[in-house]
Design a protein around this ligand. Structure first.
Ligand code: ATP
Ligand code: MG
Length: 422
């Protein structure tokens, strides 16, 4: 009896073929946009102390309450597979003393994240995000630049039917007064609210704006709006973010019901959706998180950033634009016309020497006949083929068909010169 096949876990997927190629193309594009704007690459570990997310994302959020993959390491410490990238980047900022560098420090990542969600199209348990975080400046230009860069990425990847919704949550101080007003409104209509929203009136009343429960929606339609209760400074900050987005010709809608699923946001929040995605319409979003670094034990540091889902960009994007560059052409294919150990070793050595010299080189690894090897070289579109034999080595120019004997240790030189002559 044979053993049953093992499949990838539910909500996860393998990346291969065209998928791998479009991801590479997307990564190249993201890198050029972000590094061109002064963002540096950062990668953090795939798992962190659970405490980082409990404190950084917030105990009352869906992510922390029900979506984390948490496990114990060998020593009984609680670890969690990262569900998002902002808290880890802030941890790294503090850990590496990045506040001593010129501010803002701008960092970007492209990594996989883990959330225990109901798997469906566009929603996975391991998924990828490209993200950008700018730490150390509260200048509204940071907000506007950050949003503009994501708008550019989505435009360049051909994501269609894009909507950008924008709002401000104010600073923590201005929000606390508003929170009480909202809580009073919710309590006054408690009977019409969903169980979930009712249970979060104390902890996270703002999330009520996210509910799709009919009763809750009616209550929220008449709820006071945070945007109308911003402090003078917060309102001025938001005004400038808007003016700068206008200057950059980024189209947006103000949506005073926009709240984000994470506790740490302050001031600017935004979300990009694409109608072409159907139910899971969120492509990316983010905002300002001026208290987060301090909450993680660092110095008071403002921050602003976003994350966008790679799978959703690829789903909503223009496939033709995602077509990656073809793999580099094979400059030298080494064929052997004898399967003896010495000839194989000479051929293998030649491939290695060619690669060291900067050429792209390949040889057949399947023990095929000479005819089969030459067919392989043709299929690869190899520019030169060296045929290594017991007696001699021959170099063939595949473009002209010219062929001449050459010492094995002179092949690389001849190929380099031959290319130069073209
Ligand atoms: P949603 O409302 O779809 O649950 P979210 O608010 O939880 O999204 P964020 O935490 O803001 O999402 O993450 C940013 C982006 O990451 C989303 O806009 C989406 O493109 C992508 N994303 C989030 N969760 C998943 C998932 N489980 N599978 C695939 N992509 C995801
Ligand atoms: Mg979610």
């Amino acid at each position: 009896m044979s053993d049953s096949k093992i499949k990838a876990p539910r909500g996860t997927f393998d990346v291969l073929g065209d998928q791998a190629a479009s991801r590479t193309a997307l990564e190249v594009r993201a890198r050029s946009i972000l590094e061109g704007a002064g963002y540096e690459r950062i990668e953090t570990p795939a798992f962190e102390a659970t405490e980082l997310f409990a404190r950084g994302v917030g105990e009352s959020t869906d992510i922390v309450k029900k979506e984390m993959f948490t496990f114990e390491d060998g020593a009984g410490r609680s670890m969690t597979l990262r569900p998002e990238g902002t808290a880890p980047v802030c941890r790294a900022y503090v850990e590496h003393g990045m506040h001593k560098r010129r501010q803002p420090v701008k960092l970007w990542y492209l990594s996989s994240f883990f959330r225990h969600e109901r798997a469906q199209a566009g929603r996975y348990r391991e998924f990828w995000q490209v993200g950008a975080e700018a730490l150390g400046s509260e200048d509204p230009a940071v907000d506007a630049e950050s949003i503009t860069l994501l708008a550019t990425l989505l435009a360049e990847t051909g994501v269609t039917d894009v909507r950008l919704r924008l709002s401000s949550l104010g600073s923590v101080e201005s929000r606390s007064e508003y929170r009480e007003r909202l809580q009073a409104h919710l309590r006054a209509h408690e009977d019409s609210l969903s169980e979930d929203v009712r249970s979060r009136i104390e902890l996270n009343p703002l999330r009520a704006f996210d509910s799709d429960h009919p009763g809750t929606r009616t209550v929220m339609a008449s709820a006071p709006r945070l945007l109308e209760h911003l402090s003078t400074e917060d309102a001025a900050h938001f005004e400038q973010v808007r003016a700068l987005l206008d200057a950059a010709k980024v189209t947006y809608e103000i949506d005073s019901t926009l709240v984000r699923g994470l506790d740490y946001y302050t001031r600017t929040v935004f979300e990009f959706t694409s109608a072409s995605l159907g139910a899971q319409s969120g492509v990316g979003g983010g905002g300002r998180y001026d208290g987060l670094v301090e909450r993680l034990g660092g110095p008071a540091t403002p921050g602003m950033g976003w994350a966008a889902g790679i799978e959703r960009i690829l789903l909503a994007g223009d496939r033709s634009q995602a077509t990656p560059a073809a793999p580099p052409p094979v400059e030298l294919f080494v064929a052997i016309d004898d399967q003896g150990h010495d000839v194989r070793a000479a051929g293998f050595g030649l491939v290695s020497e060619a690669r060291t010299a900067g050429l792209t080189a390949q040889m057949d690894l399947g023990g095929r006949s000479l005819k089969g090897q030459l067919g392989h070289a043709n299929a690869l579109g190899a520019r030169f083929v060296a045929i290594v034999g017991v007696e001699q080595t021959t170099l063939r120019d595949m473009q002209t068909g010219d062929q001449q004997p050459v010492a094995t240790d002179a092949v690389v030189h001849a190929v380099l010169r031959g290319q130069h002559d073209l």
